[in-house]
Design a protein. Structure first.
Length: 252
């Protein structure tokens, strides 16, 4: 054992000497490598947390979202009552698809054909899908910054990968805002029509669907002439997608 001791001591001295000879560029390279290791490690942890977070909501109903909390703080109270898909009239689900995302059952979170159409038309209107809106309402805040849009895209992909389409629509219908401080289709049905989400008629469902793009300025109970025209179009669209199979992914 005794001959090994000088060898170990010599190795330590060699390492110390090598470190002493390292210049500023070597130290900078070490710092960059350390930073990159920490960065990728943090990114991996963030990804795993996001997967667990999104995955849990496939089975657990989301408690709300940042925007819902902001509205609660702003007005002091909100109306909301969660209902499962089985207690939502199928025509309500079809109406929302017809109004907001006609290709919902066909795309993987982003409707590329609609995005191309909007770009070619030079429109400033977005082509946000129901999956993207769900990601925004459940996990993020409202806004138009690039950072939020990037996060929205990431959460949208996770939602599409981890939830079935029926679950996406169920969550959306329970977190969407239908009037100032009125969240979810059950609260909206009671607020506007004194009925339940399960008992909505095709006309009532279409009226609720058309207020979604601007819930604070549109009134489902007293629609303008423009909203009446949109309501008729949504009713036709809901009937069409029921016939052509574009609502098959939600069942019912």
């Amino acid at each position: 054992m005794s001959p090994a001791a000088p060898k170990k001591k010599s190795t330590r001295k060699t390492r110390k000497a090598a470190r002493a000879k390292r210049g500023p560029l070597d130290l900078l390279a070490d710092g960059i490598r350390w930073f990159l290791r920490m960065f990728w490690r943090a990114l991996a942890i963030a990804f795993l947390v996001a997967v667990a977070w999104v995955g849990s909501y496939r089975f657990v109903n989301p408690p709300g979202g940042i925007f819902m909390l902001q509205e609660y703080r702003r007005i002091g109270a909100i109306e909301r009552e969660w209902v499962p898909m089985e207690r939502i009239a199928p025509v309500m689900a079809r109406s929302v698809i017809a109004a907001e995302d006609a290709n919902f059952c066909l795309h993987w979170g982003f409707d590329m054909s609609e995005i191309r159409r909007v770009i070619e038309a030079g429109s400033t209107r977005g082509a946000s899908t129901l999956s993207q809106q769900t990601a925004k309402n459940v996990f993020l805040w409202h806004g138009r910054t690039w950072s939020r849009k990037a996060l929205e895209s990431g959460f949208t992909l996770l939602i599409e990968a981890l939830w079935p389409k029926r679950r996406i629509l169920e969550v959306y219908l329970n977190v969407a805002e239908f009037d100032d401080g009125v969240f979810g289709v059950e609260a909206a049905a009671q607020h506007y029509f004194r009925t339940t989400a399960a008992d909505l008629t095709p006309l009532q469902a279409a009226r609720l669907a058309v207020v979604l793009p601007a819930p604070k300025s549109r009134d489902a109970a007293n629609p303008t002439q423009f909203l009446r025209g949109r309501t008729a179009a949504v009713m036709d669209g809901a009937a069409t997608i029921a016939r052509d199979g574009r609502a098959d992914c939600i069942g019912g």
